[in-house]
Write a protein that binds this ligand. Sequence first.
Ligand SMILES: Cc1ncc(COP(=O)(O)O)c(C=O)c1O
Length: 250
Amino acid sequence: MDVDKLEALIVEHKPKLVYLIPTFSNPSGATLSLARRKRILEMAVRTQTLVVEDDPYGELYFEAPPPPSLLALSNGVPGSRDWLAHCGSFSKILSPGLRVGWMIAPPELLAKAVMCKQFSDAHTSNLTQAICAHYLTMNRLVDTLAVVRQTYAERARVMAQCLQRDLGEAIAFNAPQGGMFFWARLTGADGHSADAAAFAKRAIDQLVAFVPGAPFYAHDPDPATLRLSFATADVAKIEEGIGRLKLALR
Ligand SMILES: Cc1ncc(COP(=O)(O)O)c(C=O)c1O
């Protein structure tokens, strides 16, 4: 997020809120620096704009932990807690099927959010909430996270290696430091096509699926972009899958 541009856009458009995934973003994998996080909180107070921090991936770091969340930093920026809503989820750290997440927000906003939730589905299942509460009480999340971090780090490492080995110059990417995704770009090198949607169709013929990048853009999509996930396939499948992507290059 370019914070200077963001502030200019806020002044111009006066949006109801700014939505951010500051840590291991979906789809880009990008993480906002500490300095920019602080500036965003200051800007929220200055422009009286609500910032929504969506943070389902922050715990999924591979080596060094990412900078503290906006929520954690808000203690050091007077007034910022009044302009911040922080959302978390068990989906990426325990099980998506539980459908349990949380929001930490100013009381007035929370009251309205609770009302919206009641209108939409009455409430989140008591059973799955109780399962999460019990799991947390057993103190097992810390050990689970250690396993998940190690597993994902290994899968990401293998995916990076295989992409380099099998697709070489045809693809450009930054190896992620956490989260679940590679955000990549077909370069068109060596006469290969740089159309990720067409590439996705040929990949499916090879029984491999990834998400073309264009639908992630609000406007001016880059058709050469794509998002690859390393979350569910094990290392052997990743090796096999990237090898098949090579066959789908054209
Ligand atoms: C940006 C973002 N926020 C939140 C979620 C989690 O959604 P849920 O808690 O509804 O499973 C995801 C999962 O894909 C996501 O990518």
